[in-house]
Design a protein around this ligand. Structure first.
Ligand code: RIB
Length: 307
């Protein structure tokens, strides 16, 4: 079984401060240690998939600066194909300012820099690379027309498209029509379904509303509870794993990478793929930072065997 994943998305350097609580507007909070770590939803997914044993290509834009140098070095060290990563002298590399509270929850502000210049033409130029993949992973920290172009190419090339709709925004019916698997969290799912955040519609029904856009599978992530997988055969909740969370940053990216790798290995076993994603997400939450926390295949298999 082949196991090739192409990721189109963002690359950031994360600047993380741990605080007792996330500051309110106008409030200053004295925090703990400052950590700089590799991040960005796209890069996290690419690195995670590589650590889980997939053959990974990453399509992205980095600034021609020291953050970009370090990021590129990191991807190469993970064995990721970086042929379609463009160094852009016209914009700085992406940066994310992250505050993590004592409950492991975070608040993130992103300065996208070069990520916002990843264009449909950049992705079109990488069509041959995309055609070699089994699965494409997409998120929303790059321009939406680039996400749509990537999904369109993947569909044309018979590559399965997984879209993680984060950060949440409104998506065009055209983009959704190219998506095979949509992976919103509960809040993103309600927003995409056109429902207010406090709407009481049961999760399984929200997933079915989204499936009516022509999406075969909706996997709604539920944090520590696990994930709800809704496909043609109905909806099922796949429970999460009990861990002690330290920092949930990147846990969703780990989940998506785990799901993608497991689906690339066995496209017919959705529940198994969701359980695999849950294990990757849970382990990611046990360490500080996104990329430093993403687990290797052996750790995931150990959790799956014991859980
Ligand atoms: O999903 C976590 C990521 O979101 C962080 O690594 C940060 O860079 C932001 O993109």
């Amino acid at each position: 079984m082949t196991n090739r994943v192409v990721v189109v998305g963002s690359a950031n350097t994360d600047m993380i401060v741990r605080c007792d609580h996330i500051p309110q507007p106008g409030e200053t909070v004295l925090g703990g240690e400052f950590v700089t770590a590799a991040g960005g939803k796209g890069a996290n997914q690419a690195v995670s998939a590589a650590r889980l044993g997939a053959e990974v290509a990453f399509i992205a834009r980095l600034g021609a600066d020291i953050f970009g140098d370090k990021a590129l070095e990191g991807y190469k060290a993970e064995g990721i194909n970086t042929d379609a990563i463009i160094r852009d002298p016209g914009a700085p590399s992406g940066v994310a300012l992250i505050i993590v509270d004592s409950k492991a929850e975070n608040s993130i502000a992103v300065a996208p820099g070069a990520n916002s210049r990843l264009s449909p033409a950049d992705v079109e130029a990488a069509e041959a690379l995309i055609a070699k993949a089994d699965v494409m992973l997409l998120q929303l920290e790059i321009p939406l027309d680039t996400v749509a172009a990537a999904a369109r190419i993947a569909r044309r090339q018979g590559v399965q498209v997984i879209l993680n709709p984060a950060p949440a925004t409104t998506l065009s019916p055209e983009l959704l029509s190219f998506v095979d698997v949509l992976t919103p969290n509960a809040g993103e799912a309600r927003r995409l379904a056109g429902l207010p955040p406090d709407d009481p519609t049961p999760r399984a029904e929200v997933a079915q509303i989204l499936r009516r856009h022509g999406i075969e599978v909706v996997v709604m992530t539920l944090g520590a509870e696990g994930a709800l997988a809704a496909g043609p055969g109905g909806a099922v909740t796949v429970p999460g794993f009990e861990v002690t969370p330290v920092d949930t940053t990147g846990a969703g990216d780990g989940f998506n990478a785990g799901l993608a790798v497991a689906l690339a290995r066995d496209p017919d076993d959705l529940q198994r793929a969701v359980r695999y994603g849950n294990a990757v997400g849970a382990l990611t939450a046990t360490k500080v930072g996104a990329q430093p926390a993403l687990p290797r295949q052996s750790a995931v298999e150990a959790l799956l065997a014991g859980g």
